[in-house]
Design a binder for this molecule. Structure first.
Ligand code: GLN
Length: 493
């Protein structure tokens, strides 16, 4: 069986009994055991539980009770709580933490009959753009192991790129699904804020965090999203919005057809001004001609507050992180220092030992901007700028249906290249952060190569228009083959 097969192909194999879920699960576990020493995509493997789930899925299929995802292997970013399986968030703080319950996303995918192979590597508490901030060591990019896979969902993106698993979950606060998807040559979608439940998803910046998918294609992402999304009373910011548009994509082959309406894509000029990469610009021109050939029109638009998005994000995300991470106090759960002298010592040493450098940096800057003397100057100011950024998008979406930009300013950088300069690392998110601040759905799909490394195309849509994003992405994937190109490593297994 081709490990790069689409979810639909895997479904056909399972339904025709050419392959059982147990065999499929074994096939991917074998690939992980042979290849992952090199890539370090997984923090925890759940082999026994996976085999049990696969047996159950086979029984369901045999009884004619299977659904679209029954028996298909997947893996969760190690930020989603998975009952009985360690959930570390790539932090020493949670190195021994076994989740007592399932996140809503894990519960829904279990319910859909999927087989969870394990938990993927990430930047600690999802803070980072390179996967270098993991307590368990960096993940390597399968296209070139000297390069980063991106982050924070780097393990999830690299695992799909190396076909260690057909599909994974990820989370995106400022680009953590889209940027690693771009760097690893896979597709990744961050839905509208509130579309996928945050219940049981370890919190980084609660007003921005959103769960999503990394996969080989828009068709695979639609299937996953249809099972993961929807209202959840256990998440106070969950959106009570119909999933009908997304479900319609998965029902039949006509699901992705565009209605007769003319589609106009906006090209934000501020994003292109930032582009110093001539090759990337050429790739981007190519993409435009593919779309133009399909009758799509383009219009230049302006998002004037783009240049303040990165600083705004790092004030707000760090402020929320400092609040969210105060729960790790060495008392209730997580790392506790040896023989504390008193309560103060317990707090200080447990947190100093449990958190890595980048997490501490965010807690420090976040606490600073929330402190009495600086709150108005930083936190309140950043909230106001966030509104201006969101208003820019509202305005352009009255003129165009979607926006298109590169996902990242360059292909994957080298491991160690930016890790000494946090501010330069933060600027890697320049194209992904604005949509996060506005809560908009956004997606990255492979659109070219530069020096043997993949490049990503970012599409951004109005709130709850994931179906439109996926349709336009699908149109692109039907006329190009970037999404079916794979790294050489592990192809012959
Ligand atoms: N790279 C960004 C950060 O470090 C985004 C991370 C994310 O989306 N989780 O905050």
């Amino acid at each position: 069986m081709n490990p790069y097969a689409s979810l639909q192909m895997l479904r056909n194999e399972l339904d025709s009994r050419a392959l059982s879920s147990v065999e499929l699960t074994q096939m991917y576990l074998t690939r992980i055991n042979k290849l992952d020493a090199e890539f370090n995509c997984f923090i925890t493997l759940a082999e026994e539980k996976a085999m049990f789930q696969a047996e159950q899925a086979d029984a369901q299929i045999a009884a004619g009770q299977g659904g679209a995802l029954t028996g298909i292997p997947m893996a969760h970013k190690d930020i989603f709580l998975t009952q009985g399986i360690r959930t570390s968030c790539a932090s020493r703080m949670l190195d021994k933490f076994i989740a007592p319950y399932d996140s809503t996303v894990a519960k829904k995918l279990n319910h859909a009959g999927m087989v969870c192979l394990g938990k993927t590597n990430m930047d600690e508490f999802a803070m980072g753009s390179s996967n270098e901030n993991s307590y368990y060591g960096s993940t390597k990019n399968p296209w070139n192991t000297e390069h980063v896979p991106g982050g924070s969902s780097g393990g999830s993106a690299a695992a799909v790129a190396a076909a260690l698993v057909p599909v994974t979950t990820g989370t995106d606060t400022g680009g953590s699904i889209r940027q690693p998807a771009a760097f690893c040559g896979v597709s990744g979608i961050k839905p509208t804020y509130g579309r996928v439940s945050r219940y049981g998803m370890i919190a980084f910046a609660s007003s921005l965090d959103q769960g999503g998918v990394l996969a080989h294609s828009t068709a695979d992402m639609a299937l996953m999203l249809s099972a993961m999304g929807g209202f959840d009373a256990q998440d106070s910011t969950s959106a009570d919005q119909s999933m009908e548009d997304i479900l319609a994509l998965t029902r039949d082959s006509e699901g992705f057809a565009l209605s007769g309406k003319k589609i106009t894509i906006g090209l934000p000029k501020e994003y292109l001004q930032n582009l110093t990469n001539a090759e990337l610009e050429a790739v981007y021109q190519n993409v435009q001609s593919v779309f133009s050939g399909q009758g799509i029109e383009f219009r230049d638009v302006s998002l004037p507050h783009t240049h303040v998005a990165v600083p705004t994000y790092y004030v707000l995300a760090s402020a929320e992180a400092s609040t969210n991470l105060s729960r790790y106090d060495g008392v209730r759960y997580g790392h506790r220092c040896e023989s504390p002298k008193n309560l103060e010592d317990l707090y200080v040493r447990s947190r100093s030992e449990g958190f890595g450098e980048e997490v501490k940096r965010r807690i420090l800057t976040g606490t600073y901007t929330l402190s009495v003397g600086y709150y108005d100057a930083y936190y309140v100011q950043a909230q106001k700028v966030r509104r201006l950024i969101a208003n820019d998008f509202t305005k352009v979406f009255s003129e165009v249906d979607l926006l298109m930009t590169p996902t990242t300013p360059s292909p994957a950088f080298k491991i160690g290249q930016l890790s000494k300069d946090p501010v330069e690392m933060y600027h890697q998110d320049v194209f992904t952060i604005p949509a996060s601040l506005a809560g908009l759905p956004s997606m990255s799909i492979p659109c070219g190569m530069q020096e043997g490394l993949p490049l990503g195309l970012q599409l951004i849509a109005p709130h709850f228009k994931e179906a439109l994003l996926l349709k336009i992405g699908n149109l692109f994937q039907q006329h190009t083959d970037w999404h079916t190109q794979y790294p050489e490593t592990g192809q012959n297994l």
